[in-house]
Design a protein around this ligand. Structure first.
Ligand code: NDP
Ligand code: 2IT
Length: 442
C-alpha cells in the first residue's frame, strides 16, 4: 500500500527526489495508522496532504554592484492551511529548487501541528546565493523578491521567516519593503528585530529547543546531558544556539562546520569561543576554518564531522548530511542520541541504522520545532501589541518542547523502543487530518 501510494507520488512529481523522500518517510509510518481509521482513507487525507494547496514561482530581477542585471527564481509553497495560516521559513541558497522547497513545506505541516499552536505549513526562498554579496546587493535582491511575494502573504494568510541564508539582515530588508509597498506595520514576518516587533528568544529558539528535546529523549534512558560530548554540524543560527545551550548545561560541544569543512576542538567550545564564532559568521561572514587558526585546533576539509567520537550528534546544517556510512560510524563510536536541528539531515538508510541500533533518534520535525513555535509566540505578541520577557518566552518554548516529546512517545512507543519518526509523523498528522475532515473536501 505505501508502495502503490509512492508510485503515484513519484510519477506526479517526477525528478523531485527530496520531496518524494519526505513524503515516503511520512507515508510509511502513517499508513498503518490510517488503515485503522477508514474516515481518513475515505477522505483521501494523505493524498491531499501530498499536494500543495498553492505553488507560486516568480522572476526576481535585480542589479548587482557592477551595474549588471541578475535574474534569480523566487518561490513560495503554500502547502496546507487546515489548522492556521501558512507558516514557514525562506531559504536563500544556490541549491534551492522546487523539490527542496516542497519537501521543506511538507515537513513544516507536521512540525507546526506538533507545536500545539495554530499554524499551517509553507516554505519559500530563492536560488540566490548571499555568500560574497555586499549588503547593498542583498538589500536590492530582498526588495525585488518582496515586491512580488507581498501580493501572496499577510499576517493572517502566510507568514514567512528565516532559514538557510535568511537571518536578521534579510528579514529586515524584506520587512522594510513589505511595509513600504503595503503601507502597513504588521507581523507579516517573524524573526524581526527586537525594537520593531521581534520576540526575545526567537534567534535562540531552534538551537535551544533542540537541546531541550535531546534532554527529554535522554531522560527516557535515565541519562542527562551534563558532561556529554556533542558533535554539531553547521555554524549558522541553529548550530550556534545549540552550542550555547549545551555549554550552559555543562555539555561539551567539540565540532562545528560550514560548507567547506569542520573544526574539531577536543577541549570543547566555551562562551568566549562561541562569541568568536558568532562574530565570524554573523558579522564578518567568514569561514569556520578561521576558528582552527585562532584556537589552534584541528580543521578537516570536507564537510561533516561524523567521524568524530561523540555521545550526541546535532546535525544542524542541511538535508541528507548523514549518510549510511556516517550513521554506522556514529553508532560504532558510541553515539547514543541524534537530535536533528536541520530539516531531514539523515538519509533514509541512515535512519534505519540508528533505529536498528536502538539509539535515541529525534527527527527534525519534532526536534527543531522550537524555532517555528517561537515564531508562533512572536505572532501572538504582535497581535496583542505587547512583548513578553525573555524568561516568559523561554519557559513557553521549554514547555512546548516537552509537549512535543510527549506526543512522540504517545504515538511512537512500542514495547521497548520509542520510534520518534512514527511518533512525530502520526502526532503531527492527526490534528491536521481531523481539521481537514471538519472543513470538507477543499
Ligand atoms: P544558516 O544559514 O544560519 O546556517 C547554515 C549552516 O549550514 C552554515 O554553517 C552553512 O555553511 C551550512 N550549510 C548550509 N548548506 C550547506 C550545504 N549544502 N552543505 C554543507 N553545509 C551547509 O541556517 P540555519 O542555521 O538557520 O539552518 C540550518 C538548518 O536548520 C537548515 O536545515 C534549516 O532548514 C534548519 N532549521 C532552521 C530553523 C531556523 O529557525 N533558522 C528552524 C528549524 C530548522 P556556509 O556558511 O558555508 O554556507
Ligand atoms: O524550518 C523551520 O522550521 C524554520 N526555518 C523556521 C520557520 C519559522 O516560521 O519560524
Amino acid at each position: 500500500m505505501p508502495e502503490q501510494f509512492m508510485k503515484r507520488v513519484i510519477k506526479k512529481n517526477a525528478g523531485e527526489v527530496e520531496f518524494c523522500q519526505a513524503v515516503r518517510e511520512v507515508v510509511e509510518s502513517v499508513m498503518p495508522f490510517v488503515k485503522k481509521h477508514p474516515e481518513y482513507q475515505k477522505a483521501k487525507i494523505l493524498e491531499r496532504m501530498a499536494e500543495p494547496e498553492r505553488v507560486i514561482m516568480f522572476r526576481v530581477p535585480w542589479i548587482d554592484d557592477k551595474g549588471e542585471v541578475q535574474i534569480n527564481r523566487g518561490y513560495r509553497i503554500e502547502m496546507n492551511s487546515a489548522i492556521g495560516p501558512y507558516k514557514g521559513g525562506l531559504r536563500f541558497h544556490p541549491s534551492v529548487n522546487l523539490s527542496i522547497l516542497k519537501f521543506l513545506a511538507f515537513e513544516q505541516v507536521f512540525k507546526n501541528s506538533l507545536t500545539t499552536l495554530p499554524m499551517g505549513g509553507g516554505k519559500g526562498g530563492s536560488d540566490f546565493d548571499p555568500k560574497g554579496k555586499s549588503d547593498n546587493e542583498v538589500m536590492r535582491f530582498c526588495q525585488s523578491f518582496m515586491t512580488e511575494l507581498q501580493r501572496h502573504i499577510g499576517p493572517d494568510t502566510d507568514i514567512p521567516a528565516g532559514d538557510i541564508g535568511v537571518g536578521a539582515r534579510e528579514i529586515g530588508f524584506l520587512f522594510g519593503q513589505y511595509k513600504r509597498l503595503r503601507n502597513e506595520f504588521t507581523g507579516v514576518l517573524t524573526g524581526k528585530g527586537l525594537n520593531w516587533g521581534g520576540s526575545l528568544i526567537r534567534p535562540e529558539a531552534t538551537g535551544y529547543g533542540c537541546v531541550y528535546f535531546a534532554q527529554e529523549m535522554l531522560k527516557t534512558q535515565y541519562e542527562s546531558i551534563e558532561g556529554k560530548i556533542c558533535a554539531i554540524s553547521g555554524s549558522g543560527n541553529v548550530a550556534q544556539y545549540t552550542a550555547e545551550k549545551l555549554i550552559q548545561l555543562g555539555a561539551k560541544p567539540v565540532t562545528l562546520s560550514d560548507s567547506h569543512g569542520y573544526i574539531y576542538d577536543k577541549h570543547g567550545l566555551d562562551t568566549e569561543k562561541l562569541e568568536f564564532v558568532k562574530e565570524l559568521k554573523n558579522v564578518k561572514r567568514g569561514r569556520i576554518k578561521e576558528y582552527a587558526k585562532k584556537y589552534g585546533c584541528e580543521y578537516f576539509e570536507g564537510r561533516y564531522p561524523w567521524k568524530i567520537k561523540c555521545d550526541i550528534a546535532f546535525p544542524s546544517a542541511t538535508q541528507n548530511e548523514i549518510d549510511e556510512g556516517d550513521a554506522k560510524q556514529l553508532v560504532k563510536n558510541g553515539c547514543i542520541c541524534v537530535a536533528e536541528g536541520a530539516n531531514m539531515p539523515t538519509a533514509p538508510e541512515a535512519i534505519k541504522i540508528f533505529q536498528k541500533a536502538k539509539i535515541l533518534y529525534g527527527p527534525g520535525k519534532a526536534a527543531n520545532a522550537g524555532g517555528v513555535a517561537t515564531s508562533g509566540l512572536e505572532m501572538s505578541q504582535n497581535s496583542e501589541r505587547l512583548s513578553w520577557s525573555r524568561e516568559d518566552v523561554e519557559e513557553k518554548l521549554h514547555q512546548i518542547m516537552i509537549k512535543i516529546h510527549e506526543q512522540c512517545v504517545k504515538y511512537g512507543k512500542d514495547d521497548n523502543y520509542i520510534d520518534y519518526v512514527k511518533g512525530a509523523n502520526i502526532g503531527g498528522f492527526v490534528k491536521v487530518a481531523d481539521a481537514m475532515i471538519d472543513q470538507g473536501v477543499v
